[in-house]
Design a protein around this ligand. Structure first.
Ligand code: NDP
Length: 491
């Protein structure tokens, strides 16, 4: 006697035969009443959802955040209090490649975290780099177009990439990290994660501090050269999935140390850099990192699609004690991430098991596709607000301190005015060893092959302005006259 469960339709009706379609005779034709066949084919047609426009290829796992330090005077967030342990999920990703792209490609990596706190989900949706290519959201869709496929050739275009970067000097910092060793980590475990944006901490006495989040790998930094990556991709396109899933399966749980940099609110105007500019870091000398806790990944997903393809991160998800900053890129992501999930996953995506908060949820959003969950207002008669039926209501204890804005109103501020786009990329270049600098410039020269000379020269001027040795090194590798570059850089 078989102990297997009986196969059923989606409605639970037992299936008698899953091998032979129903037909009028042995050679056909098919009968329309063969509902099991129709349902099977119909489901297959619906097995895909739109892949993410960016960060399509990803790898993820569940784990915990354990707080070992004490930052309780800066934030009242319960999940950041000493001793707190919070369940979480992480998803890592490449930015440009599609769902089937190879893992070991030179690209920025997404480092997205969702913490299931008792005060709602806190999502920190960052990258493995502390900065980004652009500082104004107007530039984001154009930038992504240069990373995706050319509309006619359907090929990736380094001409488009360098054209955009060379016309957008604010990208130099991120380009320099992308082309350095850290642009091609061996696995998700061997890279840092950064919240990248500046966020707020709200203290128990309702005072605002600015904060940056850093997750430092405890596995050590390990990178592939371009040649090594070719070897990896030739053998497997799934090297990150294999490494992350395999490590957790073996009980080798990857860990990261959580550090924060904290800036008093009034310091925001005191530096040569704008602390809300996503193309800049806060120098550690100005704001030393404070150790806060440990992130550990220790459970593989049971179902990749349900838990990793459908996990939906958004910087709009914050908890009391953590908030946003004026960073324009962050502000635009507050809209665009949740919007992407409504499009990809549907109106009620936050109620999918992987996204569903582990605390009570009360809201008055009503119907729509997949409205499958219980009423959330606290009382069935309270389906609008305000009401007299003890439905969920606001609580002003959660109000944030006002955000200080000290500027004349103007429609637009030129984001390139008064910004030094060269100093920090130069600092980065100068902290590299000679070997690291050499590999950085080799990688750049390799990525510039076939790009029109005018664009190459325009970009080398930026490298030169960051550090003359940086410009000269790339120029000599590209066969470009250094004196011409030096002259242009001085203008
Ligand atoms: P510090 O020397 O105090 O900090 C250097 C930081 O740079 C460390 O976080 C280190 O990360 C990281 N780093 C070291 N080597 C490399 C490398 N080859 N590629 C990328 N990152 C590296 O200097 P500052 O804070 O003054 O920053 C100097 C430059 O370092 C910045 O302009 C920026 O480019 C880069 N940087 C700065 C960060 C910051 O938050 N201040 C963060 C990351 C990079 P790790 O501890 O993991 O080795």
């Amino acid at each position: 006697m078989s102990k297997r469960p009986t196969l059923t339709t989606t409605a639970g009706n037992p299936v008698a035969d899953n091998q032979n379609s129903q037909t009028a005779g042995p050679r056909g034709p098919l009968l329309l009443q063969d509902y099991q066949l129709i349902e099977k084919l119909a489901h297959q047609n619906r097995e895909r959802i739109p892949e993410r426009t960016v960060h399509a290829k990803g790898w993820g796992a569940f784990g915990t955040l354990t707080i070992t330090g004490d930052i309780s005077r800066y934030t009242k967030a319960k999940c950041l209090q000493p001793g707190a342990v919070t369940d979480m999920i992480a998803r890592f990703s490449t930015v440009a490649g599609e769902l089937g792209a190879a893992d070991a490609e030179r690209d920025v990596r997404g480092f997205a975290l969702k913490f299931y706190t008792e005060e709602g989900n806190w999502d920190l949706v960052g990258n493995n780099t502390p900065v980004f290519f652009v500082r104004d959201p107007y530039k984001f869709p154009d930038f992504i177009h240069t990373q995706k496929r050319h509309p006619k050739t359907n090929l990736r275009s380094m001409t488009a990439a360098w054209d955009f970067w060379s016309l957008s000097p604010e990208s130099l910092h991120q380009v320099s990290i992308l082309m350095s060793d850290r642009g091609l980590p061996v696995s998700p475990m061997h890279m840092n994660g950064y919240g990248s944006h500046t966020y707020s901490f709200i203290s128990p006495d309702n005072k605002r501090y600015w904060v940056k989040f850093h997750f430092k790998t405890q596995q050590g930094h390990k990178h592939l050269t371009n040649r090594e990556a070719e070897g990896v991709v030739g053998k497997t396109r799934e090297s990150y999935q294999e490494a992350l899933f395999g490590a957790i399966d073996k009980g080798e749980y990857p860990r990261w140390t959580l550090q924060v940099q904290i800036m008093p609110e009034e310091d925001a105007d005191k530096h040569w850099y704008n602390p809300f500019d996503l193309t800049k870091v806060w120098p550690h000398g100005d704001y030393p990192p404070i150790e806060v806790g440990v992130l550990e990944l220790n459970r593989n997903p049971e179902n990749y699609f349900a838990e990793i393809e459908q996990v939906a991160f958004s910087p709009s998800n914050i908890v009391p004690g953590i908030s946003w900053s004026p960073d324009k890129m962050l502000q635009s992501r507050i809209f665009s991430y949740a919007d992407a999930h409504r499009y990809r996953l549907g109106t009620h995506y936050e109620m999918l098991p992987v996204n569903r908060p582990r605390c009570p949820v009360h809201h008055y959003h009503k119907d729509g596709p997949m409205r499958f969950f219980e009423p959330l207002t606290g009382n069935v008669d309270a389906y609008y607000e305000p009401n007299s039926f003890d439905g969920a209501a606001e609580d002003d204890r959660y109000a944030e301190p006002p955000l200080k804005i000290d500027a004349d109103f103007a429609d637009r501020f030129n984001h390139r005015e008064g910004n030094d786009d060269y100093r920090q990329p130069g600092d980065l270049f100068r902290l590299m060893t000679a070997e690291q600098q050499g590999r950085l410039m080799d990688n750049i020269a390799e990525a510039m092959q076939g790009v029109p000379e005018e664009i190459v020269k325009r970009q080398i001027v930026h490298f030169y302005r960051a550090d003359p040795a940086y410009g000269e090194g790339v120029a000599s590798r590209m066969g470009v006259s250094v004196s011409e570059i030096a002259k242009d850089a001085a203008e």
